[in-house]
Design a protein. Structure first.
Length: 528
């Protein structure tokens, strides 16, 4: 068989069990048809073969982000970026945006504010936005809270008497809402914001796609269809985009628990679809976030009697997991605190005992606080942890401020995951943090926060293991290791081409890496 494309004269790292390195790869019809360390490639070449000389560049399997939010990532690229150094600067950005809007009823949407970066040393509140007439909604970087202005509170009719089922409305000294809304309290406002149009969502997909391929990402796991629109419209838009060849990256799409009955009735089981788009896990939230002290932990947060908050009762969580596992779906549980992780494992243990599901590896998203006992249980139950190493860099300082000292060495314990025989899948949770896999790999290698503090030196891992998190192990998290995650004959021709010498890079060099070329299905979708 002749090849449509050949990559030669590179350092081609297979990331397979033997860690083979090749001199060239032959590709045909979107698949790898041959690899070799020294064999002559002439039998695969004809006049139509596109032979690419890599000039000693490094090729690795296509990078995979195992937990991100593609629609929100794309939408945020056209919203107010609030990752600033001060509240004053963030408010000025909103004011500038407002000055360019004629309609005072149009919402100003911002994202990514992080109080730990602000020179004022506090969260923004509604009073900071005095003088801006438009309603304002600014997402916290964690995605678990927001700040709004008084206009937004007025439109949503939020008062000191408004009740919230999970989370809370923060009050000022006079007992009135101050603009900060935590966890489900944000929904009081978001339901008042005009629905994003299909056209805007289509543009968001394209924007995120282009950003991802520039980062060398070839596949993503969409961590919760329905989060943006409150419906499965997102899956339909993904179907249309892949059908019309408007999406390069491959998508493994999780479904929020509230839409479980819809997908079950439609018989859309985990794995339904094709190499471009598949139905993935049924996802359920069990707790909040360490950044806002809402993740459910076994030790109280510093200087408090607060252990975080659980989204569901233990009984309801167990019932849901039992039912979904019984039907053969993969389950992905958002569990950040160690107490939430324990609840999930307790539920999975019962469910898998009655209905073993050897074809499906269940997942726990984040696992930000853990211990060896929990990880040993995960390994026994064949559960995949899906952490975000990049959180160490951007949020590590906040974690250290919040969590009990006895839990500090249990934060995103990647080396311990590996020691216990687990396969942690790398991810960014974009737009919670920048989707660059190189920032995640850097954080896994260095364990450094943005302020330079090293969190648990003994949890550092080497470059090859970090790459496997975003290739081999991420493919395992979507149960696709038979078609991606390593460079082997018969697998998808998805590759990330990196600079010469990349495999010898230090952590700081990895941090600043840019992709040379991204290839998906044997097609070049990005070239530097």
């Amino acid at each position: 068989m002749k090849a449509e494309m050949i990559l030669k004269n590179g350092v081609i790292a297979s990331m397979n069990k033997e860690n083979n390195y090749y001199d060239w790869i032959a590709i045909n019809n979107g698949l790898i048809i041959a690899t070799s360390e020294n064999e002559d490639m002439k039998n695969y070449v004809n006049k139509n073969t596109n032979v690419i000389d890599l000039n000693n560049k490094v090729v690795i399997p296509g990078l995979i982000d195992a937990h991100q939010h593609i629609f929100k990532t794309g939408l945020n690229l056209n919203r107010v970026d609030c990752k600033t150094s001060s509240i004053k600067e963030m408010v000025e950005k909103c004011k500038e945006y407002s000055d360019n809007i004629e309609d005072e009823t149009e919402w100003i949407i911002g994202w990514g504010y992080d109080e730990s970066f602000y020179s004022e040393g506090r969260h923004p509140v509604a009073a900071d936005f005095e003088g801006i007439k438009n309603p304002i909604y600014i997402d916290h970087y964690s995605g678990h809270s927001a700040v709004v202005n008084y206009k937004a509170l007025e439109l949503a009719k939020v008062t000191s008497n408004t009740e919230v089922d999970y989370g809370y409305i923060e009050m000022d000294a006079n007992g009135n809402p101050n603009g900060r809304l935590i966890e489900h309290a944000t929904e009081l406002i978001t339901k008042c914001i005009p629905e994003v149009s299909d056209r805007q969502l289509e543009h968001a997909l394209k924007a995120a796609n282009d950003k991802y391929v520039e980062y060398g990402i070839t596949s993503v796991h969409e961590a919760g269809m329905g989060l943006m629109t409150g419906s499965l419209k997102e899956f339909k838009l993904l179907q249309q985009a892949t059908k019309n060849n408007k999406l390069n990256i491959r998508v493994y799409a999780m479904v929020l628990d509230e839409f479980y009955n819809e997908v079950k009735e439609a018989n859309l089981i985990t794995g339904f679809g094709n190499h471009a788009l598949k139905i993935g896990s049924v996802k359920i939230f069990t707790d909040g976030t360490l950044s806002l002290r809402t993740a459910s932990t076994t030790k109280p947060y510093k200087n408090s009697n607060n252990y975080g908050e659980k989204v569901h009762s233990v009984e309801n969580l167990q019932k849901f997991i039992y039912e979904v596992n019984k039907q053969g779906y993969q389950i992905a549980c958002h569990a950040i605190g160690d107490d939430a992780v324990k609840d999930v494992l307790d539920a999975l243990e019962v469910a898998l005992h009655d209905y073993p599901n050897e074809q499906v590896r269940h997942r726990i998203e984040h696992v930000s606080i853990s211990n060896r006992e929990l990880l040993q249980r995960m390994q026994k139950l064949n559960v995949t942890p899906v952490p975000q190493p990049v959180f160490l860099y951007f949020a590590g300082d906040t974690y250290l401020t919040n969590v009990d000292e006895s839990l500090e060495d249990k934060i995103i314990s990647i080396n311990t995951f590996l020691d216990e025989g687990l396969y942690p899948a790398g991810s960014s949770d974009s737009p919670v943090q920048d989707p660059s896999p190189f920032l995640g790999i850097y954080a896994a290698m260095s364990r450094k926060t943005i302020k330079g503090t090293v969190i648990s030196e003994n949890e550092k891992i080497n470059l090859l293991e970090a790459i496997k998190m975003y290739t081999t192990y991420a493919a395992m998290a979507s149960q696709e290791e038979n078609i991606k995650g390593t460079i082997e004959e018969g697998k998808l021709a998805d590759f990330t081409v990196l600079p010469e010498g990349f495999l010898d890079y230090t952590a700081s060099q990895v941090k600043n890496t840019t992709t040379e070329m991204t290839i998906i299905g044997g097609e070049i979708v990005y070239s530097k």
